[in-house]
Design a protein around this ligand. Structure first.
Ligand code: AMP
Ligand code: ZN
Length: 472
């Protein structure tokens, strides 16, 4: 597979350290607020990458951290602690906020068919490991203590700007004007490994360390959690492009200083989702979430398809008109699949030909928009429906648009309609009955039940929710 590698700034053949295994690391969310659909663009594209690597035969282990401590408003260790800011906003403890938004994040991921990584580790679980890593960096004299904090000394490295095109001024991005420069640093690019002198009076979470009561810097968590679960070598490390500098640059600095050899070979960065104000960001306060899209009536998978239509290395402008077009395209696609008949035998020669084309597209720096085109090519192919269904199901292992399930549902609805069953009306009545029951309005609930009975609808409650069928 050819993938763009930010380390080297070029497309390269993706070659893991071990031939068949891929050790993959993903920077997880900072759980002080809901994830916005920009964050989720990054997680969707990383999910496609993981699934495509598995599809290509690799045995993938994927690890993700949850940032629940240490991430300050500016990525360069200045400003307020993001978790503390969230806790104050909602008058809750930091851990309550962390749990709530971690759960919300995974609910969003589920709706978008983003697979949960094999290992998910909150930073606050790994304080001992962080302390061990900082101790080794101090022993090796890559770190120093100053003004009460422990810093990484970037002047000890032959090359700090590993991705090439960053500048010291970039560190200022996101720093508010009222934030004082940290005079305890020896070099402007040095970064905090461990805060002992808290910058915040009300810092809630603090741990004992050889350097006093304190808490870890943000960057140390990803290096340490990756090494803890994936070992000394990582094949591919992912994140949004804003993570490249300073976060990933600092991760490389401290990991390689600690290990004494190269750590991660390949760096995969997803470009931003933009809105009219520029980069969509949590700190701007107003942003779009999956729940908001659902409230507006959008199927979250239409947003997934919206993301797949564009290349991960191009900025993507969010626009409701384009999302509307994607909804139409998704529904048409599902409807065409629903019209296929599941009979005959899979024609292996034809299937292999189309699989090869799909792989050619995806092997070319994860070209998901051409990956989607492969679905349309299959629908147009001169072969039987069984082969088409087989291929669509196969490609959807990577694209994850639930195409077969959505087509089955549509087909069932169409069948009901042809029998004179008004599916929409029935579902509306069931929802109203649920609402009446929740409000303890038994009279209305009973009246609706009678109406459903008259239509021969039998409603069943199960652990997966409410289902219904017609019994004549
Ligand atoms: P955070 O929760 O802020 O730590 O970010 C979680 C992930 O979302 C990181 O990989 C960020 O790089 C990424 N990210 C943040 N903003 C955007 C955006 N507007 N578009 C795409 N990815 C983003
Ligand atoms: Zn990270």
């Amino acid at each position: 597979m050819i993938l763009y590698n930010t380390l080297g700034n070029e497309k390269q053949e993706f070659i893991p350290f071990e031939s068949n295994r891929v050790r993959m690391y993903t920077c997880g969310p900072t759980v002080y607020h809901y994830a916005h659909i920009g964050n989720l663009r990054t997680y969707i594209m990383e999910d496609v990458l993981e699934k495509y690597l598995r599809y290509s035969g690799y045995d993938v282990t994927r690890v993700m951290n949850i940032t629940d401590v240490g991430h300050l408003s500016s990525d360069a260790d200045t400003g307020e602690d993001k978790m503390l800011k969230g806790a104050k906003r909602e008058k809750k403890t930091v851990l309550e906020i962390a749990q709530f938004y971690t759960d919300a994040f995974f609910e969003d991921c589920k709706k978008l068919n983003i697979k949960t990584p094999d290992v998910v580790e909150p930073a606050t679980n790994c304080i001992e490991e962080f302390i061990e890593m900082v101790s080794v960096l101090l022993e090796k004299e890559y770190a120093y203590i100053s003004g009460g904090n422990v810093y990484f000394d970037t002047s000890k490295l032959d090359k700090y700007y590993v991705f090439g095109n960053q500048k010291e001024e970039d560190l200022e991005v996101g720093v508010r004007e009222d934030v004082e420069e940290d005079l305890a640093k020896r070099n402007k690019t040095d970064f905090v490994l461990w805060f002992t002198k808290s910058k915040f009076d009300s810092q809630e979470l603090k741990w004992e360390s050889p350097w006093g009561l304190g808490y870890p810097g943000w960057h140390i968590e990803c290096s340490s959690i990756s090494i803890k679960h994936l070992g000394e070598y990582c094949d591919i490390h992912c994140g949004g492009v804003d993570n490249a500098f300073p976060h990933h640059t600092n991760e490389i600095a401290q990991s390689e200083a600690y290990l004494g050899h190269q750590w991660c070979k390949h760096w995969f960065h997803v470009l931003h989702l933009l809105d009219r104000r520029g980069k969509m960001s949590k700190s701007k306060g107003e942003f779009l979430t999956v729940s908001l899209l659902e409230e507006k009536g959008y199927n979250p998978l239409a947003y997934r398809m919206f993301c797949l239509q564009s290349h991960y290395r191009k900025p993507l402008m969010f626009d409701f008109d384009i999302l509307d077009n994607t909804v139409t395209a998704y529904n048409k696609l599902v409807s065409r699949i629903a019209n296929l008949k599941n009979d005959g035998e899979v024609d292996t020669n034809v299937a292999n030909e189309y699989i090869a084309k799909f792989k050619e597209n995806m092997d070319n720096d994860l070209n998901t928009s051409l990956g989607l085109t492969s679905l349309y090519d299959v629908l147009k192919a001169k072969t039987n429906d069984k082969t088409k269904l087989y291929l669509i199901e196969d490609f959807d292992k990577v694209l994850s648009l639930d195409l077969i399930a959505a087509a089955d549902k549509l087909r069932a609805e169409n069948e009901q309609k042809s029998l004179g069953v008004d599916t929409e009306k029935i579902e509306e009545l069931i929802a109203k009955r649920q609402e009446a029951r929740a409000n303890k309005d038994w009279a209305t609930a009973d009246a609706i039940r009678d109406e459903l009975n008259a239509m021969h609808v039998v409603v069943k409650d199960s652990k997966d929710g409410i289902t219904w069928e017609i019994q004549q």
